[in-house]
Each structure stands twice: as C-alpha cells, then as structure tokens.
Design a protein around this ligand. Sequence first.
Ligand code: ADP
Ligand code: ZN
Ligand code: ZN
Length: 730
Amino acid sequence: MTILRLAIPSPLRRLFDYLPPAATELTTVELGVRVLVPFGNRDLIGILVEITDETQFERSKLKRAKKILDQQPPLPAHLFKLARWAASYYQHPEGDALQQALPVLLRKGHACEYQHEILWRAVADADPNTLKSNATRQIELLALVNEHPSGISLDAIKAEGGNTTTLRALEEKQLVESFQRTHPSHHEQVLHEAPLTLNAEQQSALDQINKLPGFTANLIEGITGSGKTEVYLQAIEKKLNEGKQALILVPEIGLTPQTVTRFRQRFNTPIVVLHSNLTDRQRLDAWLQAREGIAKIVIGTRSAIFTPLKHPGIIIIDEEHDPSFKQQDGFRYSARDLAVMRARAEETPIILGSATPSLETLHNAKEGRYQWLKITQRAGTSLAPTFKLLDIRQEKLSEGLSTQLITAMRQHLANGTQVLVFLNRRGYSPTLSCNDCGWIADCDRCDAHMTLHREPPHLHCHHCDKQHGIPRHCPECNSDQLQPVGVGTERSEQALQQLFPDTPVIRVDRDSTQRKNAMHDIMDRVNSGEPCILVGTQMLAKGHHFPKVTLVAIINADSGLFSADFRGMERTAQLILQVAGRAGRAEDPGTVLMQTYHADHPILQTLVEHGYSAFAQEELHNRKVAQLPPYTHYALLRAETTTKYRAESFLGALRQQLEDDLLLPEHVHWIGPFPSPMEKRAGMHRAQLMIYAENRKALHQLLANLCWYLEQNKESRKVRWSIDVDPADT
Ligand code: ADP
Ligand code: ZN
Ligand code: ZN
C-alpha cells in the first residue's frame, strides 16, 4: 500500500500520512507537488515530501488525499531541498517553512503555470475595404491594431476606448487575430548602455569572480562609492551573455527606485522586482517569469531567496551585513546564509558586497572559505570623506546640536552644498516628563518610554504601537509642567528651521515618508541641488546617492556602542560608516562630524582613524576571547508569558530537567535563563536561554532534542516559546 507523506502548514513539527487520491498513477508523481487533503474539519494544502509504504499509524485510519494539484513541483528539486534543510536547521515546522518558500497564491492552491499574455494583431493580407464605411468603431479599432504590428493586449485596447464586441466582430471577419506573446529565450543585445571602464581594483575583483567555473563565494569589501555595484553589473552581464539569470537580494530599506533604475538603464533584458507593494497576483507572475526563464534579472528583499530560476547564473547579496536578511519571527532564516547554500547547489558564483561586512562573513573570508576582494578607493573622481569626532562632554547643546557643528553647517551651506543630519530617533522627543515630580510617560505594556510626536500630537510606543493623547497635567502630581525630554527628528527639524530660516529643512523618517511617492518627491527636491538640510533616521543611510551632500553630521550614534547585545558594537560601527558614506559622493569632497561623549574610547578611535577593517579586526579578536560568534555557534530559546517571572522559571526548570536527564551533549553550553533585554513588551513578560557550542552539529542535535521535548511537555503549552538559530540580536 502506498502512502503519501506530507508537510502540512501546522505548528506541529511532524509530517502527516495520507492515502493517495483514488485512481492516481503514482509513478508520475514527483516529490514537492502540492496535495489537497482533508485536515480536521477543513481542507489544507500540503507538500509531498515522501512516497512510502510504511506508516506508524493504523492504516485503516489514514485519510485519503483529495487531489494532487501539480504535474510538476513548483520549486525545483534543489530549492525544495534547500527549504527542507532550512526548516530543520532553523528548527521550524517543515510544513510552514515549505509554504513560506512559495508565493501566497500558490499556498492557496492557484495554478502554478505562467499565463502567457494574449495579444492581438492585424491579419497579414486582410482587406480592410470589406468593412462598411459606417462601421466606425470597427474601422477605428482596426486602425489601432494596425498601429501595433507586434501586438496589442486587450487591456491596452480597452484603455484606448475599444471593446470586446468590436474586437470579436473584426476577428469573425478575419481581419484581426490573437496570438500568445512569446519571450525570446536569448537576448542578442543584453546591454542598453556601455559599461564603465573598471579601475584596477574593480577589474581584479571581476577577474577573480569570473576565474573559476561553478560555485565560488566572493566577498567584495569596498567603501561606499567604491564601485561595487559596477562590478556586480559586469559580473551579471557575463552571465546574461551566457543565457543565464541573476538573483539580486537587497536590504528592505535598500530597494529604492534608484537601485532598480540602475539595472534597467544598463540591461536590455526583462527584470522583475519583488517589492512589498506587489499584489499577490503580480508577485506570482513575477515568480513564474523567473521560473520560466523569461525574467533574466530578479531583484528582491529577503523572501526573494526562494525564487526559482530556470537558468541560474549568479547570486548577489548587496549590503550583506544588513540585519533585514534575517527573518525575525516565525521561520527565522537568514537569506544571506541560505543564498550561499543555494549558490553551491546551483553551482554558480555568489557575491556578498558591503562597505562594512558582517564579522561572520569576514571570518569566512579570513579562513579562506570566501574569496576576499577589496576595493579601497572610491571610483571615479570622488574622495573618501574626512571623519572627525566632536567631543561634547563639556558642551552645552542647543536642541542636541553643538556650536562647532552649527558653525560647520553654516560653512557648508554658504558654499552652496547640502548637509545631512543623522538622528536615530523619530518623533518629537523620546519622552515626556514632569518637571515637578519626575514622572515619565511610560508605556504600560512595555519596559519603554512613550515617544512624543507633534505631527499629529500624540504619545506613541514604538515597541507595541500603543498610542494615546498627550496629557495636560501630570498623572502623578497634577502639575502642568510637562516637558519633552530629548531630541527626535521632528524637534530637530523645527530647531534647524529656526537656526537656518533661509534654508529648506527636509525631514526623512518613517512618518514623513508614509504618503505614496513621498520619498520620490524628497529625492527630487534634494537632487535639484539647491542647498538644503536633510534631517532623518537610518532611512537616509542606505541606497541613496546624494551628490550634493558634503557634510554629514551624526548626532547621537554612540549610545549603541555600549548596548548589552554583543553585536551592538558591530551594528553601530556599520551604521556610522553607512551614514558617513553619504558624504561627498560626487566632485565636492565630504566631511563627517560625529558628536560623542566617548571621544577617547579606543574602539571608536580605531574606527574613525583606521577605518572599518581595523575595527573589525579588533572586534573579531574580542569575540574570539569571549567565545562569541563567529567563533562559536549560538541559538536562543525565547519564552514569553503574560505573568511576570513565569517565562524565566519555565526556562529554568527546563534547563534543570535537561541537565538531570543528561540530554545535554558534551561541549554544549548554556547561559541563563535571564530576562530579555526588554523584559516586558506588548504586555508579555519575556526571558531567554542562550545555548552555544563550538561544534555546530552538537548544537543542532541538542536543538532537535529540545524541540521534541518542548512539544511533548505540558508546561510548554502555557508559554509562547521559540528557537532562534544564529540570532541577529540577543
Ligand atoms: P558602491 O556600490 O560601491 O557604493 P557604485 O558602483 O554605486 O559604488 O559607484 C559609485 C559611483 O562611481 C557611481 O556614480 C558609479 O557610476 C561611479 N563609478 C563606478 N565605477 C566607476 C568606474 N570604473 N569609472 C568611473 N566611475 C565609476
Ligand atoms: Zn508630576
Ligand atoms: Zn509599548
């Protein structure tokens, strides 16, 4: 008896057995196809992972699957394997992981077939004189179709005022005909515009990437503006000429129209962009175009990693250090790490590019697992910016700005250039406080202050999204002396506008860019080149090219250097350098001024004086000494409950039990449990247990046991728990 073993989207970490639908010819069924099955009192779509004749269940109780939905599996075999591997590596239920690898409409059972577009054209030797002279609509429509010798779609016809009835009439008279649009499989001319002549470092990077056939992993470490993108473009060009496709992953915040425009300007081949504003239908179409080999270039964020390519040629991960490549909830995969696995399976090169590579990637490069390609000079004529620390320990700040900074801003604006002020806090001020009794506006659901916003006026918790009005009187002492504390982007914008009344001040943060096209309009204003002040959050840091910005002022970035998270230092250094990289991108040289209370901190000095590489070198050394990643492998077991201390005691008991039961393999270590960095969030009390090992296998063996144990354990049903392998933050 044959049994279908399916991965079904359910929170359970197990597979489900079904009998095949009646009268199914199983010899032609491939693994990875979607299968419609009854599950509880509804129907679900599972993915076939095994055909077997054994089952642990009583055969007479097995249900029969209703229908096999695909002739061919939606994911090619190696991606199917990758998704399964990822489910097991990241300890995520396989059914859910496999679903997440598919576009939403496929999860819902839509056909996995590319609908070739139907176009209309005039029949070659048709005689238009057969139309009566009073059939104006038909005459007009025929004229329209005639204007499009390579075909026109029904949508386009309707947009021009035509309709289906008239079209059918013309078809009956054999004056027009429909046909399926085909896409050339090979583009004679892949380029729209000529590539730039590479400088020596760029050329040598490209040569290394192209040197070996098959899989190679390559890190391009090059400062912002050093021409990494140009190297990507030329590496892609080579693959397009071979008839292959390219997959480019960019950070969430980096998928700007500017990025896409550069690819469209360069290449004469179909490009699909998987961005968050696509409808489910558009997303499926783009996905299918990639799978059919029609789209030659696929650009997307994290989830695009599972997009199938018919002729895989190369994968590029731009800004590879960016934390958004790691999914932070549910299926917590790292698209960057999976991309390396994928390139290996598809036997293609992969390029990881960054001005500030992650320490993991640098470690891999140092160990010789990746080719380490460095570009040290800015491309073209622009120079790297000069970087200076402003010691503000003794300074009296005016709305967060030191006198030195204001003076420098005046100079740059007077020279006719632009200034960028980076402030990593949106809103008017980080909180509201009572001058008389010291009360502070806290969120009652989180261990966090409420942020004061003025546009529109309200208090907002940025952690759980709770919002309410601004009190007039102190809830503790009824005083009316309520004061904003600290400076956010709204307040800074206001202060700058007062200081520089004749200069436009443009604020860029999540609030000011919510309106559709807002970012586009801002870019237009900035690129007009007039002197202006840009003030904003890290939205300003990535992907943008502001040729006229010569001064970058960093207001408050140094607090991140001392966060409890061991990655705090790395992240802050990356952020500082990414922001700094916006300065002097064109002919005018750039200056970066960073206000700090820690001007004599050695690691900050290393960063400023010797650059990221030197910083990374030191930080890697510190990690090694402290036995932290990338020298050890980490996972976090997180738990949350509505009752205080409960999560912590749950994890404590678990740890005790595992130690007693000797389920702990040798060389695996625990730290904790301890409360999460923000213990209370959105009303939940949170704790975590850190598990680490030098040996990845040992860690994974333990995690698999742990999952099994947690699923059996009654106590664990009363807490929300999750496992995060290679967590991006702790
Ligand atoms: P990155 O991706 O490292 O930030 P880009 O590829 O965007 O750098 O290059 C920065 C600027 O330098 C762009 O305006 C680009 O057109 C220009 N550029 C890149 N390579 C060259 C080159 N070989 N010759 C001249 N200009 C170049
Ligand atoms: Zn008070
Ligand atoms: Zn909150």
